[in-house]
Design a protein around this ligand. Structure first.
Ligand SMILES: [Zn+2]
Length: 128
């Protein structure tokens, strides 16, 4: 079932009093409100950005890689072989961190522009 965001907020508000058991689908509404609240909170927990080899781009004549939102799949940043020329790795994530397409991490978004997922840009070993 679907309920509006406004309705979910109302149900999740502890000061809101309502006899859900009087409604034919009261418990379903409560469950749905909880699911929506859970989803919203999960968006606030930083999730590791995914790195992928997107494949060869014939137009630019080089291979492309992408930093991808783990929640909605948005390509946050795309980079190519020429951006990472000095990298000795062939893993997109290592390339990105080694060669720093972006010279530091200050320019990286902490949240996805599309779905507002909190993003974790840290290296696999946990260091920056
Ligand atoms: Zn996203």
């Amino acid at each position: 079932m679907a309920i509006t965001t406004e309705r979910a907020i109302e149900i999740l508000d502890p000061t809101h009093r309502e006899r859900y058991s009087d409604l034919p689908d009261g418990m379903e509404q409560v469950n749905e409100a909880c699911r929506m609240g859970m989803k919203a909170l999960k968006k606030k927990m930083p999730q590791k950005v995914l790195f992928e080899d997107v494949g060869y781009d014939y137009y630019h004549n080089e291979n492309l890689y992408a930093c991808i939102c783990p929640s909605c799949g948005l390509h946050i940043i795309e980079f190519s072989d020429s951006d990472v020329m000095n990298s000795e790795s062939d893993e997109p994530e290592k390339m990105f961190h080694e060669c720093l397409v972006h010279h530091d991490y200050r320019g990286l978004n902490n949240f996805c522009n599309r779905c507002s997922q909190a993003l974790d840009w840290s290296d696999t070993d946990g260091s920056h």
